[in-house]
Ligand binder design. Structure first.
Ligand SMILES: [Zn+2]
Length: 118
């Protein structure tokens, strides 16, 4: 049992153990991250888009993101507003801030990839 001799020789102070535990934890996290990256399933650190329509009282699955970018009327700069909507509600969307339109104005409807295998 040669290992047993080493136990008493370790810097067995509390701070020594804490430091070791922290580094162990840090190594473990880095390993997890790199393994996840290798598997390619590390999610982007952005918030998940909602899965239900943004409209109150509508629980249809999200089919489109509707984005409008316009100039804030207070002069604070461009504002980009995105709503995730079901197909029916997205069809009823239209630009609502044309009075605040500027050269960078955007009204955009994009299909959202379904999370249910579609
Ligand atoms: Zn809806």
């Amino acid at each position: 049992m040669p290992l047993k001799r080493d136990v008493g020789r370790m810097a067995d102070t509390k701070s020594g153990r804490d430091k070791q535990a922290r580094e162990e934890e840090r190594r473990r996290i880095q390993r997890d991250i790199s393994e996840a990256r290798e598997r390619g399933d590390e999610p982007e650190p952005t918030a998940d888009p909602p899965t239900e329509c943004h409209r109150r009282g509508c629980s249809e699955p999200v089919a489109f993101s509707v984005t409008e970018r316009y100039q804030e009327e207070t002069g604070a700069g461009a504002v980009e507003a995105t709503a995730f909507l079901c197909a029916d509600h997205a069809a009823g969307e239209s630009p609502t801030n044309l009075y605040d339109a500027y050269e960078g104005y955007v009204f955009r409807v994009e299909p959202v990839a379904g999370g249910d295998g579609s």
